[in-house]
Design a protein around this ligand. Structure first.
Ligand SMILES: NC(=O)c1ccc[n+]([C@@H]2O[C@H](COP(=O)([O-])OP(=O)(O)OC[C@H]3O[C@@H](n4cnc5c(N)ncnc54)[C@H](OP(=O)(O)O)[C@@H]3O)[C@@H](O)[C@H]2O)c1
Length: 239
């Protein structure tokens, strides 16, 4: 049954195009994902669906939704750089939890890591003040930045500063949040585990599988005892 709030927002927002299917199927979801079309995001959706969760995702207009639709994920169209699109996504998905893996910039050079995440966090808080929320950022954010090698600071400084802005906004929110900070990612198959720590460790220098990071995201979502913590995610050495 269509949700009246979602229906009226779609009508008011000409740039927000909901796929016919998702509009007709507006109902509550267990999880709303921002960045679901990305390499890690797709793993998050796949693992969440395999666990039986009802999943919705915000996808930019024009982006290919086939992989998400094949997973039976509700696809909502919008741009995270647009605050009203984020608010409309929460109204349409009615999620019990949310995760953001947003990263990168648009053709104008605007970083979604900061602006987009700020919009998502504000929209999440407006939807439900204490919503369970996981933000995927990066090792080297905030208090970890000074300890990063100079080359990393130069190469990733802009992205890390943008992600730090998002982390600080989340910490200041009323959401039931956890921040996950992975090291370098690769597309190797999962090793079936990962390490969590408060600070980077020797293992944090190794690349870790996006699939393992996706599992770390889902595990964090399901574990409220980790609320209010920023945890570094590192590769578990293969057995
Ligand atoms: N690469 C690494 O080694 C590394 C290390 C540590 C942390 N990270 C961070 O971990 C996260 C996941 O990494 P990844 O490699 O899986 O990322 P990715 O493939 O680049 O995915 C980024 C996601 O953000 C979405 N996005 C970007 N701008 C958007 C906007 N304006 N509105 C809505 N969606 C938008 C992208 O959607 P589109 O399909 O529309 O582009 C995509 O789904 C990222 O935040 C990344 O910065 C990466």
């Amino acid at each position: 049954m269509a949700h009246p709030r979602a229906g009226s927002q779609v009508a008011r927002d000409p740039h927000l195009i909901y796929l016919e299917k998702s509009f007709a199927m507006t109902f509550s979801h267990d999880l709303l994902v921002f960045g679901a079309s990305g390499k890690t995001g797709l793993h998050v959706v796949r693992l969440a669906r395999a666990a039986g969760l009802r999943v919705a995702a915000l996808l930019r207009p024009g982006r290919d939704a086939e992989a998400l639709e094949r997973l039976d994920c509700t696809v909502l169209r919008g741009d995270a750089l647009n605050a009203s699109d984020c608010a409309a996504a929460f109204a349409a998905a009615q999620p019990a939890t949310a995760v953001s893996l947003l990263g990168g910039r648009n053709e104008k050079g605007e970083r979604v890591d900061a602006t987009g995440n700020l919009h998502v966090i504000d929209a999440a808080q407006a939807w439900q003040a204490d919503l369970r929320f996981v933000l995927l950022t990066s090792m080297g954010c905030d208090e970890q930045f000074a300890g990063m090698p100079e080359q990393v600071q130069q190469l990733l400084g802009e992205a890390l500063r943008a992600k730090t802005q998002a982390e600080r906004h989340l910490r200041a929110s009323t959401l039931t949040w956890t921040i996950l900070r992975p090291g370098g990612l690769n597309d190797m198959p999962a090793v079936g585990g990962y390490l969590l720590s408060d600070y980077p460790t020797a293992e944090s220098r190794n690349y870790l599988s996006r699939e393992d990071v996706a599992q770390a995201v889902l595990d964090a979502l399901g574990d409220r005892t980790r609320a209010g913590r920023a945890q570094t995610v590192s590769a578990r050495p293969a057995a």
